[in-house]
Design a protein around this ligand. Structure first.
Ligand code: SF4
Length: 133
């Protein structure tokens, strides 16, 4: 129940980003398609501000959020790169075994960038292009 509620909040968050995109369009847009390598599901990178990594409570909170809400598991914390790396137990043979009910972070991955070009894995079928004016 709580997980459903928190996922609904995530959906609201993504909807707000789409709303902000209307007057302030992102500079980069996504191109391509999923090649089903599973690489993004095995290495889910969550970037956080540096203060999160300086606070044990904040680090635990972020970890809890992704473990509880999305049901991921923590693989490692790369504090120097300011990124948490999670894995997902629902990845089976490079395919999502809960595709219809996957969390919003998966439904919206990978997202375009407002200012900087988002990074994708080398083997990812998606890439980002700067929008032409
Ligand atoms: S829920 Fe599905 S799409 Fe999301 S990380 Fe897990 S396997 Fe990948």
């Amino acid at each position: 129940m709580l997980r459903k509620f928190l996922r609904a909040l995530q959906e609201v968050d993504y909807a707000l980003v789409r709303l902000v995109e209307w007057p302030f369009p992102k500079k980069y847009q996504r191109r391509g398609q999923c090649h089903k390598t599973g690489v993004c599901c095995r290495n889910i990178g969550v970037v956080a501000p540096d203060w999160v990594f300086r606070s044990r409570a904040a680090t635990r909170m972020v970890q809890w959020w992704y473990e509880y809400v999305n049901e991921f598991y923590l693989k490692q914390i790369e504090a120097d790169e300011q990124v948490f790396v999670f894995g997902c137990p629902y990845l089976k043979e490079n395919t999502c075994s809960r595709y219809a009910s996957r969390p919003p972070i998966c439904r919206n991955y990978p997202q375009g960038g407002f200012f900087t070009r988002p990074a994708t894995f080398q083997t990812c079928g998606y890439h980002f292009q700067k929008k032409l004016r």
